[in-house]
Ligand binder design. Structure first.
Ligand SMILES: [Zn+2]
Length: 194
């Protein structure tokens, strides 16, 4: 994955797909800052994002903001079939796993789904509906995402590598054992929640 992909992927995961260079430096760990700004200007020239001053949604500061263009967001996630881990932000991966687990639950255990994903994964493992290793990988994606959302952990290349590998382990199992539910989840997640 290139540094430009990292920028696009990160912008995909945040509200309004918009933030300033400083926040991007913090989240993508692309350094120095001048390198990040150059990347963003290149992406703007290619029409993949727009640059305009405004209030950053990630903090109380007014700066040059990078807003991901609608069509590059679509291009990133619009590829048919199961999303590739490269094009999947941690928030998207978490949402995908959450919906997939609920779908398994409804199929085998009925409509009364647990309120938390953690609970659902553990129960599905205990019911032997998800093998222990794949269940652990689901917990990995869940906890990585919670660190980003609740503890403000930087999601850099190492975290991306862990998430990607965990995702692959889940995907390989799911496509073999729960192919229908897995592809149904793709359809459910095809449109981004507003
Ligand atoms: Zn900012």
């Amino acid at each position: 994955m290139t540094e430009s992909d990292l920028v696009v992927q990160y912008l995909e995961t945040i509200p309004d797909r918009r933030c300033c260079d400083d926040c991007l430096v913090k989240k993508t760990r692309i350094r120095p800052r001048s390198q990040l700004s150059r990347l963003c200007r290149d992406l703007a020239e290619q029409g993949k994002l727009t640059r305009k001053r405004g209030k950053c949604p990630l903090g109380d500061h007014t700066k040059m903001l990078n807003t991901l263009a609608a069509e590059s967001a679509r291009a990133v996630r619009g590829k048919a079939g199961t999303p590739a881990p490269d094009t999947l932000g941690i928030e998207d991966a978490w949402r995908y796993v959450d919906r997939f687990c609920r779908a398994i639950w409804v199929k085998h255990l009925g409509d009364d789904t647990p309120s938390s994903l953690a609970e659902a994964i553990t129960a599905l493992r205990d019911e032997e509906l998800v093998p222990p290793h794949e269940a652990n990988m689901m917990h990995t994606i869940r906890s990585l995402r919670n660190m980003v959302v609740h503890e403000d952990v930087n999601f850099g290349e190492h975290e991306t590598a862990i998430a990607r590998a965990a995702w692959e382990i889940i995907r390989v199992w799911a496509e073999r054992r729960e192919r229908q539910l897995w592809s149904a989840t793709t359809t459910m997640c095809g449109r981004r929640a507003a």
